[in-house]
Design a protein around this ligand. Structure first.
Ligand code: GDG
Length: 496
């Protein structure tokens, strides 16, 4: 811990840096890949910011330090807490429930107890380092109780919360034995951000049903709570994005372009390269994608000599049982497809179960004629936006699930329902056969939208709403204007 105080604090389960221990036992910090750091970096630098979070290894109890100009405040988690709070309640209760119970959610009372305890520790650590009247921005579903815990400890703070995953419809949410505590926890924030308008709507409905508060989108009127006065909370959509400029720059670099050409050559220069890039997660619809692809080969609408599918499935949550089964299922399916349809020299699916550097990802996007995003449920899906950002050549076709948040913005993608395998197959064929002029037209319009709402726009929009929701005072020392007039910017709340 530290006795320093900060005007701006970001709190997330994982720190933006990973504590890595090398084979020789030496420890170092490596920036973890992710848009959040890029989004918040400028604000962090200008606003005397600190970041509270877990370093990704059990029992790492380290003092605060500075990494790349950002003050990092690590919070230690024990093995048991990782098992119960993180792998248990966060990833095996909330994650499946919030993704429409694609796999059943598991409810364990001792996981919940650990979730409460760890959330309290995050809140305490944050309360201890937040300056008088500071702004705190809490990130994601692992920390939904932190806003209220913080408000009780420090009513002087301005508190924001952003949910990176969907918020489910009430009929599903109401399964949760601790459904009331969770929404009370979230309502401790001044602004609660969601990916989609429908997520914010689902949340407001849950608040009305469970607590009976008055809601008038985007506002929720929270009555006095013990010593806390009545408050007006803003709950609305702020669709997250990526660092579009940086991604395009990467894609334009000669090394990445050369690598893209090389990838196509290594694949045997097929007419069409299709690509899927996902964490190996059951929400991403990898199985549905493989089914559609293998049926197209089976039907003879696609030929393995002409088309190949590259599937990057980066390892994820490998200690959680459901994820072990998923990996087995997917790998069995890939093996079958390759066995059934492959020829010497032509593999149907190139399956890659490892992570790649960003440069390789950009090269893959450039090499792919068709990008398949077939999520069964996804908060946003940044891969879809990265593909669009990389395609400065205005080529390539994005096939995009309507169940991914990105579908609300990326309207000229080929929109699909991944459960409708025939529809998915037709969309894949439409992508494969699409004339160059139509590809260009669609990609141009996708790129316009992605450029308009990049990740800086996202973070500024959220922080400006947070300032306005409180008293209109800009505490961040960064220019939060102008933000343009995207439909999701919101006016100042009327005086109540
Ligand atoms: C959650 C929500 C929401 C993947 N493999 C590699 C790699 N990646 C990068 C991608 C992309 C990111 O990871 C994945 O982001 P997604 O948005 O696609 O999905 P989640 O991980 O599920 O993220 C999601 C997001 O939070 C943000 O709010 O959009 O809905 O579920 O950036 O490129 N990056 C590298 N190597 C890999 O092998 N370098």
């Amino acid at each position: 811990m530290t006795d320093e105080r900060f005007a701006f604090v970001v709190v997330s389960n994982r720190l933006p840096v990973d504590h890595v221990i090398a084979e020789d036992g030496s420890a170092s910090w490596k920036q973890s890949p992710g848009g959040l750091v890029t989004a918040l970096e400028p604000v962090m630098r200008l606003a005397d910011g600190a970041w509270v979070g877990w370093a990704g290894q059990p029992d790492v109890d380290l003092p605060a330090f500075t990494h790349d100009g950002i003050r990092i405040v690590p919070l230690a988690l024990s093995d048991a807490e990782i098992e119960n709070y993180y792998e248990g309640f966060s990833n095996d209760t909330i994650w499946p429930l919030y993704h429409d119970v694609i796999v059943p959610a598991t409810y364990h009372r001792d996981w919940w107890d650990s979730y409460v305890e760890v959330n309290q520790r995050f809140a305490d650590a944050t309360a201890a380092i937040a300056d008088d009247g500071a702004t705190v921005w809490v990130q994601d579903y692992q920390l939904q109780l932190v806003p209220r815990m913080l408000r009780l400890a420090r009513p002087d703070l301005t508190i924001g919360f952003f949910n990176h995953i969907p918020f489910p419809a009430y009929g599903l949410y109401s399964q949760l034995p601790w459904r009331t505590q969770i929404i009370e926890g979230l309502l401790g924030a001044d602004v609660i951000g969601f990916q989609r308008v429908s997520d914010a709507g689902n949340f407001s409905r849950a608040v009305r049903r469970l607590l009976g508060h008055t809601t008038k989108s985007p506002y929720i009127d929270v009555p006095p709570d013990g010593d806390l006065p009545a408050r007006r909370v803003v709950a609305r959509a702020f669709p997250i994005s990526i660092d579009v400029e940086a991604f395009e720059e990467l894609a334009r670099s000669p090394a990445v372009q050369a690598r893209a050409t090389q990838i196509r050559q290594e694949l045997g220069n097929p007419k069409t390269v299709m690509l899927g890039v996902d964490r190996l997660d059951y929400t991403k619809g990898i199985g549905h994608r493989l089914k559609a692809f293998s049926e197209l080969l089976e039907d003879g609408r696609l030929r393995v000599e002409d088309v190949t599918l590259v599937q990057v499935a980066s390892p994820s949550r490998e200690r959680v049982e459901t994820y072990k089964h998923l990996r087995d299922d997917i790998e069995l399916t890939v093996g079958r497809i390759n066995g059934d349809f492959g020829t010497i020299g032509h593999q149907a699916v190139n399956y890659l179960h490892h992570g790649f550097p960003r440069e390789e990802m950009a090269a893959l996007y450039l090499a792919a004629d068709v990008m398949l995003v077939t999520a069964l449920r996804d908060g946003m899906n940044l891969v879809a936006k990265e593909y669009v950002a990389a395609r400065y050549d205005e080529d390539g076709v994005l096939v995009l699930s309507e169940f991914a948040g990105a579908a609300d913005e990326l309207k000229t993608a080929l929109r699909i329902n991944p459960h409708d395998i025939d529809g998915l197959k037709d969309a894949i064929m439409q992508a494969v056969d699409m004339p160059r002029a139509e590809r260009r037209k669609r990609m141009r319009s996708l790129r316009k939208r992605v450029r308009e709402n990049d990740v800086q726009h996202w973070s500024r929009g959220f922080l400006r709403t947070l300032s306005e929701a409180n008293d209109g005072v800009d505490r961040f020392g960064v220019d939060l204007d102008p933000l343009g007039d995207l439909e999701w910017t919101v006016e100042r709340p009327p005086a109540s």
